[in-house]
Design a binder for this molecule. Structure first.
Ligand code: AHR
Length: 331
């Protein structure tokens, strides 16, 4: 027979509270106070991953698993397989399992907010990893502990600054956006578009989502290259789409790096090698090795420290000046 303890009731009502807003739409109000994390030798920690269809995600998961193992924590891992609804269900299942803390890489900025609040209501702190939620609707220190990740706006800006320097006379740009509604797609677009706005001769001739995926990136690049034969730059929001774009450029009988400059973000081995080979001009790194910083932040929180709203990752930059030396260190 099910024993109804206060914690069981709290967890069940929190799981229900998280499920309802997804069905009904509106995002409910914040939890009043963030749950604390008891000091323990080892924790049962949830990691709600968004998908695992690319090397960046695989490297991130590996880093979390390695660090949890090294420190003797139990990691409850879920893969939302690219579905925000599944990720909400994954967080609810972690709440029901009574994990001590949840690391969440929210697929999109809005749909995961009710699940974040449900965890807080159940007494489980949440740390956002690599992707953020909508900052107009939820806040660090109130709804979740902190966001650990890169400055995506700055990543887009750094790509634009490279382009402005390399092609001072202007460019016709095809932009391959990441997953619609995700913080890296929104911010990488903003950082890049703002930096070229008003610069004479620079124009984004088409901008469309390739969902951070290689095949989708290739398909979108193929049709945009056909529609805009005068485009001479592809800016991809991640390496997977950049590699897809390279395939599309070659299929169109053009030479990546010569006829069309390719710019990317992430810094995986394959893309850094493509810089060495001259097919990609520059890659801004977005470091996926979150494990050490994630668990160090967990410990700081358990120790009673007030955690800053944003634990920022510092990212490298690869171009022809350093790619050959750095390729071995890339993930
Ligand atoms: O949130 C980070 C982004 O998500 C990476 O750039 C991308 O490759 C991944 O899917």
């Amino acid at each position: 027979m099910l024993k109804l303890t206060r914690r069981t009731i709290l967890m069940a009502s929190a799981a229900l509270a998280a499920a309802l807003p997804l069905a009904l739409g509106p995002i409910s109000a914040s939890a009043q106070e963030l749950p604390k994390l008891e000091k323990k030798e080892s924790y049962k920690v949830g990691f709600a991953q968004t998908e695992s269809n690319n090397p960046w995600r695989i490297a991130q998961t590996q880093s979390m698993q390695d660090e949890a193992k090294k420190l003797g924590h139990q990691l409850v891992y879920t893969d939302a397989a690219g579905s925000a609804a599944k990720q909400v269900a994954d967080v609810n299942s972690m709440i029901a399992q009574g994990v001590d803390l949840i690391f969440l890489a929210p697929r999109e900025e809005k749909p995961l907010i009710p699940a974040v609040r449900a965890a807080a209501k159940a007494g489980i702190p949440v740390i956002l990893l690599d992707r953020n939620v909508d900052q107009a609707l939820a806040k660090a220190g109130k709804d979740y502990v902190t966001f650990i990740g890169s400055d995506f706006v700055d990543e887009g800006k750094r790509v634009a600054e490279f382009l402005l320097k390399e092609k001072p006379d202007g460019a016709k740009i095809i932009e391959l956006e990441g997953t619609t509604g995700s913080s890296p797609a929104n911010d990488r677009k903003k950082g890049f578009d703002d930096a070229i706005a008003g610069k004479a001769g620079f124009e984004v001739v088409a901008s469309q989502s390739g969902d951070f995926a290689r095949d989708k990136g290739r398909q979108v690049a193929e049709s945009l290259l056909q529609a805009h034969p005068d485009a001479n730059v592809v800016y991809a929001h991640n390496d997977e789409m950049a590699m897809g774009a390279i395939a599309a450029i070659e299929a169109a009988g053009k030479v990546p790096g010569k006829d069309i400059m390719v710019l990317s973000i992430d810094g995986g081995k394959e893309a850094v090698q493509a810089v060495v080979d001259g097919k990609i001009a520059a890659v801004v790194e977005c470091n996926p090795r979150f494990g050490p910083k994630a668990f160090e932040t967990l410990k700081r929180y358990a120790d009673g420290e007030t955690i800053e709203a944003w634990v920022k990752n510092v990212d490298a930059f690869y171009d022809k000046t350093n790619a050959a030396a750095e390729v071995a260190n890339a993930y």
